[in-house]
Structures are given as C-alpha cells and as structure tokens.
Design a protein around this ligand. Structure first.
Ligand code: HEM
Ligand SMILES: *[C@@H]1O[C@H](CO)[C@@H](O)[C@H](O)[C@H]1NC(C)=O
Ligand SMILES: *[C@@H]1O[C@H](CO)[C@@H](O)[C@H](O)[C@H]1NC(C)=O
Ligand SMILES: *[C@@H]1O[C@H](CO)[C@@H](O)[C@H](O)[C@H]1NC(C)=O
Ligand SMILES: *[C@@H]1O[C@H](CO)[C@@H](O)[C@H](O)[C@H]1NC(C)=O
Ligand SMILES: *[C@@H]1O[C@H](CO)[C@@H](O)[C@H](O)[C@H]1NC(C)=O
Ligand SMILES: CC(=O)N[C@H]1CO[C@H](CO)[C@@H](O)[C@@H]1O
Length: 320
C-alpha cells in the first residue's frame, strides 16, 4: 500500500515537474489560481466595446502583431522604459497606428486587484482580442491560456516579421511560414480586414505612384481608385486620413472583404496579392460560395494557431 502511494507521489511529482518547466496552454488555465479571471475580461469587454466597437479591430490586429514578434508574449505592450528595450515594437512602423493600450491597462488593473501577479498580459491581450470580436458579432475561437510574458521588445524585429501593405504573395507566405502558419491561415486571418480602418500611407503608392494611367496601380479597380483619390487620400502625402478596408461594413465581420478581393477592390497590394495565387484564390472562392458559418469556423482554427505561436509557458518567460 505504502509503496503504491509512494510511486503515485513520484508520478504526480514528475507530472508537476513537467507541468512547471514545459507546460502547455490549457483551457481555463487560471481555474484554480484566479477563477474569475476570464469572466472579468469578458465582462469588461462586453460592457465597453459596444461604446467603442472600432477598438475590436485594433485589438485583433495588436494580438496578430504581438504573436508575430517573439511569440504571443505581450511584448507589443512594452514601453521604452527599460534599457533592454530602447526602441520597442510599439515604435515600429506597423505599430504606429495601434490603439487601445489604455483599455488593456484597465483590464490588467482589474485582474491585479483580483489576484496580484497571476494573469499574464499575453493572455489578457489574447482574450480581449477574441472577446471584443465576439462582442461585435464576429466569430468565436477557443483561447487556451497559460502564456507567460516576455521582457524584450524590439522595433527592428517587428519591422522584419510583420508583413507590410506592399508585400506580394511570396513575401506574405514567407512571413506566415516563419511563424508556422500556412497559406490557408494567411487567407483566413487576412479576413480580419473585414473590420477596421487604415490610413492613406498604406495605399497612396497604389493611387499616385504606380504604373497605370494617372499613377494608379493597374491591379486596382480604376473606378474605386478614382473614388479614393477624390474623396479619401486626396494628395500623395496625406498621412492622416482614415479609410475603411471594407467600405460600408467596417464593424461587421462578414464575407464582403473577400467579395471586394474578387472585384479588384482589396485596399492594399497585400490584399490584392491573395488573388494572385491559385490555391489562395480557390479558398477565397470557396469561402464566398459557403455560408458565413464556414468562414467563422475556419477563421477560428487559424486564430487558435496564431494564438499559440512561440508561446512561453510553465517557467519560461520572464514575467506575468
Ligand atoms: C497578411 C498580412 C497583413 C498585412 C500586410 C496587413 C496590413 C495592414 C495594414 C497596412 C493596416 C492598416 C494600418 C493603418 O494604415 O492604420 C491593417 C489594418 C488592420 N489589420 Fe492587417 N495586415 C495583415 C494581416 C492581418 C491579420 C492576420 C489580422 C488579424 C487577424 C489583421 C487585422 C487588421 C485589422 C483588424 C486592421 C484594422 C485596424 C484598426 O482599425 O485599427 N491584419 N493591416
Ligand atoms: C506604457 O506607457 C503607457 C503610457 O505612458 C502606460 O499607460 C502603460 O501602462 C505603459 N505600459 C507598460 C507595459 O508599462
Ligand atoms: C523599419 O523599416 C522601415 C522601412 O523599411 C525603415 O525606414 C525603418 O528605419 C525601420 N525601422 C527600424 C526600427 O528598423
Ligand atoms: C516579392 O517581393 C520580394 C520583396 O520585395 C521580391 O524580392 C520578389 O522578387 C517578389 N516576388 C515576386 C514573385 O514578385
Ligand atoms: C514614386 O516611387 C519612386 C520609387 O519608389 C520614388 O523614387 C518616387 O519618389 C515616388 N514619387 C512620388 C511622387 O512619390
Ligand atoms: C504627416 O504630414 C504632415 C503634413 O504634411 C507632416 O508635417 C508630418 O511630418 C507627417 N508625419 C509623418 C509621420 O510623416
Ligand atoms: C501606440 C504607440 O505606441 N505608437 C507609437 C509608435 O511609434 C511612434 C514613433 O516612434 C510613436 O510616436 C508612437 O507613440
């Protein structure tokens, strides 16, 4: 009897050891250490996002940027206060338009009040991204938790890892492959461009400095380009005007982004690039000929993959 117990204890001990050094994300990781954690995030988001639905777009984008640089470790939130981060990810060109850092700080404060030092910022950002998209009526995806935070944040790395709006398909796929994501994930997660706003610099080159008549990119629908030049980005150097990537339904998580792609009305070169590859185009057409629920369930799978990129768990990472 005693021997059996002893072996049992060793077994549990080994499990615990594995669990603390090389843990994995798990559903409701904070069930014991901070049982209300996920509910607190969800309640805050569902209470406040209806007043500021455009933040949902910023949060899912912030989560994407976080995961693409050193994994989903909240490094996108770090400031340049510490000497190890003289030029944090926040300063990189792609991060300059991120919004809502103060919202995340408020959720973090609530969780610190409930259970100090337990819930990581990486989990908080991942949960906020999911819950805010759900709050605006978009897809739900599973968010296992247990991510630990990083202490290193570097703008040059963000620059090199996060795809830009001028990327072609080869570059997009390379940058996704670097993160363990495939062409399917690229097409599906890009569907997030069905919500949110861009600024003129991401598209000016297509309107003013490309090879078609009037400097317009010949792969962009000419009527749409003329409209953007007349009403949105009226000068080549406008760096403040905002424009929808999915005009008319920028708060609705629907298929119209993909419809626009097939009409040569994707806003960025990187959006248009998704129609230049046959496999990618076939997936776009499949999404468009299927019910919205198919997009939602496939999108969910790719977001779950994105949320696991190079996560630090157990005793890895520096911080919670
Ligand atoms: C495939 C490569 C991608 C490129 C090149 C790209 C590029 C961009 C650019 C240039 C903007 C506009 C920034 C601005 O001008 O203010 C933007 C906005 C946005 N992106 Fe992407 N993106 C990509 C993938 C993704 C992914 C994977 C997601 C999320 C899963 C995402 C979500 C968003 C959202 C929601 C916005 C609107 C943000 C807001 O309203 O604040 N993007 N993206
Ligand atoms: C970064 O700075 C902002 C603005 O000063 C502050 O609200 C936020 O708490 C800081 N974030 C971190 C992770 O220190
Ligand atoms: C990021 O890339 C842009 C354009 O390629 C460059 O001008 C900028 O200096 C880079 N920033 C950093 C921090 O590497
Ligand atoms: C894609 O862009 C990269 C980087 O700008 C370039 O080196 C490459 O030749 C381009 N590929 C194609 C197929 O145009
Ligand atoms: C157009 O693009 C070229 C090459 O990228 C650049 O040298 C030139 O200054 C640009 N012209 C304008 C008007 O922006
Ligand atoms: C944006 O444009 C204004 C006016 O042309 C200019 O003063 C400012 O420096 C520009 N900002 C950036 C980040 O390029
Ligand atoms: C949200 C944020 O931190 N934006 C920063 C992006 O980088 C520019 C330039 O370094 C800063 O001025 C912004 O504050």
């Amino acid at each position: 009897m005693a021997g059996k117990h002893f072996l049992g204890l060793i077994f549990v001990g080994i499990l615990a050891f594995i669990g603390t050094t090389n843990g994995q994300l798990q559903m409701n990781f904070y069930a014991k250490s901070c049982p209300k954690a996920e509910k607190i995030v969800q309640d805050y988001v569902s209470k406040h996002i209806p007043n500021a639905p455009s933040l949902a777009a910023s949060f899912i984008r912030m989560h994407f940027h976080d995961c693409f640089v050193r994994g989903c470790d909240a490094s996108v939130l770090l400031n340049s206060t510490s000497s190890s981060n003289p030029n944090p990810e926040k300063n990189a060109v792609p991060n300059q338009t991120l919004r809502g850092f103060d919202f995340i700080d408020r959720v973090k404060s609530l969780l610190e009040a409930e259970c100090p030092g337990i819930v990581s910022c990486a989990d908080i950002l991942t949960l906020i991204a999911r819950d805010s998209v759900v709050t605006i009526g978009g897809p739900f995806w599973k968010v296992p938790t247990g991510r630990r935070d990083g202490l290193i944040s570097n703008a040059a790395e963000a620059n090199a890892s996060i795809p830009g709006p001028f990327s072609n398909f080869t570059t997009l796929l390379r940058l996704f492959n670097n993160q363990g994501l495939d062409a399917r994930d690229l097409v599906l997660t890009s569907g997030a461009h069905t919500i949110g706003l861009a600024h003129c610099p991401a598209v000016s080159r297509r309107l003013y400095n490309s090879s078609g008549p009037g400097g317009v990119d010949p792969t962009l629908d000419s009527e749409y380009a003329a409209n953007l030049k007349a009403n949105k980005c009226r000068t080549p150097n406008d760096n403040t005007t905002k424009l929808e990537m999915d005009p008319g339904s920028r708060n609705t998580f629907d298929l119209s982004y993909y419809t626009l792609l097939t009409k040569r009305r994707g806003l960025f070169q990187s959006d248009a690039a998704l129609t230049t590859d046959q496999t990618s185009l076939a997936l776009i057409n499949q999404l468009l000929s299927s019910p919205l629920s198919f997009f939602y369930s496939e999108f969910a799978k790719s977001m779950e993959k994105m949320g696991q990129i190079n996560v630090k768990t157990g005793t890895q990472g520096d911080w919670v």
